[in-house]
Write a protein that binds this ligand. Sequence first.
Ligand code: AMP
Ligand code: ZN
Length: 463
Amino acid sequence: MKLFNTLSREIEEFEPLEKGKVRMYVCGPTPYDKSHIGHARTYVVFDMLRRYLEHRGMEVKLIINLTDVDDKIIKRAKDFDSWQVVPDRYSRYYFWMLEKLRVKMPYTFPKVSNHMQEIIELVETLLEKGYAYKTSDGVYFDVSKLPGYGRLSRVNMDDPKIARIEPSPEKRNPADFALWKFRKEGEPFWHAPFGEGRPGWHIECSAMSSRYLGRQFDIHGGGSDLQFPHHENEMAQSEAAFGTKPWVRYWMHVAFLTINREKMSKSLGNIIGVDELFDAFPPEVVRYYLLSAHYRTQLDFTWEKLKTAREQWAKVVRAWYDVLQRKEQGIYGKDDISREIMLELKGVEEAMDSDLRTPEAYAKVHMIASLVLGNEPDKKSVEAALEAFRVIDGIFAFLPAKGWTARELRLAEKLADLREEFRRAGRFDISDRIREDARKEGVLIEDTDEGPRVKFVPKGKED
Ligand code: AMP
Ligand code: ZN
């Protein structure tokens, strides 16, 4: 299996440090506002990676942190009685989104406020080893002390923008960054041997990843905006403190989801919250859409594209429902397409093995759907298709729950028989109405040589 590594800018063979076990850390949200569809993309992609690694027989220990101590949280806290209220309220949106999108539970969601001891110890180590220094407003990391600083993001170190990220007149180098910020009036603070205050932006991820994954691990991910300064600085302080190089074996970044090619941001007023999204489309369709583009290409959102995705998704679901229902009712055809189905499934795995090329994998999934819908699969082929859909859903998790119960199926069959009686009696007004009403409920009544047959079809929200 191959993955693109941001550190080398190359597609590399993936081999975990410990055979069969993958340790993975994904930077989590700063819960100061509702989660939006951009966040959804990043976490759904890493969930798919996790699922795919598991499909390939690996055990995955995934950590996603929650940045509950941060400038944005503190700013937002002015609207509430205490800063703790902010992450408490807004992380609910995040968890709700993950659940709706079928993101599997990580090992844990560690919070900064629960890991102060680890953070403080890490800052102390960096001070002791001479990589950090104190100023009047905090403790800073001295980037000139670490050879190779900048090699992850490959930013131009002479860019004047770098100094503006964390301006401070006492800094030794423009790229130096705060490990600890000394106490300020009205801000939360913690006691530390080097002075009361709170952590800087990056130190939490080094402290929490080493707490749960050790001082070296396999995959570190996030959105592409995190390459600099966040991940560059995480890497610098971790290599300095732990002496492990590379600290992380594979760095992975998900390209941004944009609107009209612009970044989604509050100031531009172009944010699409996940609640708004799920009101209009089933979460399965959203997940299908988010994974349809390769994770390293920008995905420009439009409602129109989401609608198109729903149509494509519905075809896959129709095929899945078809074989599911055939098995349930024991209705089999004469076509043996089992070999073709298994071949296409192999194609899905090949595409995924090659840096998670979902567009190619989706094309193979559609081939399977076309095979099912364009033939009358025999028993063996129905079994093969069910197995293929089980694997596909295990990786992509975009199939909805089975859309009927055994009782609904029986009722639908009775309705179809009733319609048949009216039709035979020439009461087309009634028989047509039954068919139309059933269709509105997602039940198609089809006439076949063996009599009427009912078929359940997936329902999208807007129908
Ligand atoms: P934040 O809460 O802003 O720190 O973001 C949490 C995660 O979501 C980070 O990994 C970001 O890179 C990612 N993210 C934020 N906005 C987008 C977007 N528009 N597209 C993809 N990922 C995003
Ligand atoms: Zn991080």
